[in-house]
Design a protein around this ligand. Structure first.
Ligand code: GDP
Ligand code: MN
Length: 414
């Protein structure tokens, strides 16, 4: 589960990681007054207006803007709330922006990258850091991997202070910056473990110029520069979110694919794809095999859909609705293995769901080609039911095996 930057900044602050103050707005009209409030409280005229969406690359897309007046803040807000954001992480259709963060701006002497995530290769939580942080971090990781520092967290002890100090020195922090950076790393590691994060990323972690003010610090109190987090990106382990009510409360359904959300409600795992053949399968492995076989026969799957072990009539009905809501779908392939659930019951469910399906024009019954492959317990009875239903469902074809089904559906969609 992902959260917004402004929520992530609050989370960092609650673990004593310093973050410049800010406020969230959702209208152009409130931008000017919010700018004035935020900047006067921080004692600066610099603020930053930032789109709040679950995708990165905002800076490069023009959706992070530094502003020095109420007028500039309003202009930035108008631009971001009236244009879709297209970045390397959004896809060409882009994302609508409905919320903005206006945060106190700070002067930056240097930008660092700091994150904790699970390294699958070593199966350990790992701290990742770089002195070349900021909007080019992907390029750095790709072209100059030596600039990326890693430290493994101990499974029981977490990040240890000596590791954080070593990383801070290798990043080039000087004087009082070192203890500030160590504190940030130790607290981020605590946060990561306490909240079951899958990623906790600060990019950039910055240091302000020595002797500069802002973010609630006077120049006199800042002889070595201040270490601050000015961006926050979190992802949480979906299987652990149930034990963090505070994190659950941060869920924003507006940022999720509506079809995928609807599927979740009915216990279906659905992921939308680009092709035109809808797939309805029980079991994730079988769903992967189904998609591979469709591709092998020259077709393109429109989705991944696992109805789970039960494949009840209700689940199948809902699955058909979700698949057909995608107007690119020109045919459906059903691939069900009847294990505990018997094939005749599944066949009856598919037939009822297909006959009862309500088309957008109000008529009933399936119009798109429907190829069904059943295998497992009571398969003969199941196939007989499909055969008997053929008169009522003219687009229904029964297949004998997976290859046959894929061939038939690819042919049916042309
Ligand atoms: P992202 O592009 O979505 O990761 O958005 P970020 O929050 O990381 O902002 C992108 C870039 O904007 C940063 O790397 C900084 O260079 C710049 N930036 C963001 N906030 C400030 C600020 O308060 N002051 C200054 N000088 N630059 C900022
Ligand atoms: Mn960033």
């Amino acid at each position: 589960m992902k959260i917004h930057e402004y929520q992530g900044r609050d989370l960092l602050a609650s673990f004593a990681i310093p973050v410049p103050a800010g406020q969230v707005i959702d209208s152009i009209e409130t931008a000017a007054t919010t700018y004035k409030q935020v900047t006067s409280e921080a004692g600066t005229d610099l603020a930053v207006v930032k789109a709040q969406v679950h995708a990165g690359g905002r800076g490069k897309a023009g959706f992070v803007k530094l502003v020095r007046s109420a007028k500039e803040a309003e202009d930035a807000a108008r631009f971001m709330l009236s244009n879709k954001m297209v970045s390397a992480q959004t896809g060409p259709e882009g994302l609508e922006v409905t919320k903005l963060l206006i945060a106190a701006g700070v002067d930056i002497a240097h930008e660092y990258y700091l994150a904790i995530t699970t390294d699958r290769a070593t199966r350990r939580h790992t701290l990742i850091a770089s002195a070349e942080g900021g909007v080019e971090i992907e390029k750095v990781a790709h072209e100059n991997p030596d600039a990326i520092i890693k430290a493994k967290l101990h499974p029981l002890l977490g990040l240890q202070p000596f590791q954080a100090r070593e990383v801070a020195f290798r990043l080039g922090f000087k004087g009082k910056q070192v203890s500030q950076a160590v504190k940030v790393m130790m607290n981020l590691a605590r946060l990561f473990l306490a909240k079951d994060c899958s990623i906790a990323e600060i990019n950039p972690l910055i240091v302000t110029p020595a002797g500069s003010g802002g973010a609630g610090v006077s120049p006199a109190d800042n002889p070595d520069g201040q270490v601050l987090a000015i961006d926050a990106k979190f992802n949480f382990d979906d299987n652990a979110v149930f034990r963090h009510k505070d994190i659950q409360a941060l869920f924003d359904p507006a940022e999720e694919n509506p079809a995928e959300l609807r599927a979740q409600k009915f216990g279906l795992s659905y992921i939308a794809l680009d092709g035109n053949i809808g797939c309805l399968v029980n079991g994730a492995g079988l769903a992967m095999a189904t998609m591979d076989t469709i591709k092998l026969h020259g077709g393109e799957p429109a989705n991944f859909l696992d109805v789970g072990g039960s494949a009840t009539e209700e689940a199948v009905t809902e699955a058909f609705k979700i698949i057909l809501a995608d107007h690119a779908v020109k045919g459906i392939m059903v691939n069900i293995f009847g294990g505990i659930m018997q094939c005749d019951i599944i066949a009856a469910g598919i037939i009822n769901a297909a006959q009862g399906y309500q088309n957008p024009d109000g008529s009933k019954g399936f119009k798109v080609p429907l190829v069904v492959r059943l295998e497992g317990t009571n398969v003969d009875a199941g196939r007989q039911l499909l055969k008997d239903a053929a008169a009522d469902l003219p687009t229904l074809q029964a297949a004998t095996d997976l290859g046959d089904a894929a061939e038939k559906v690819v042919k049916a969609v042309g």
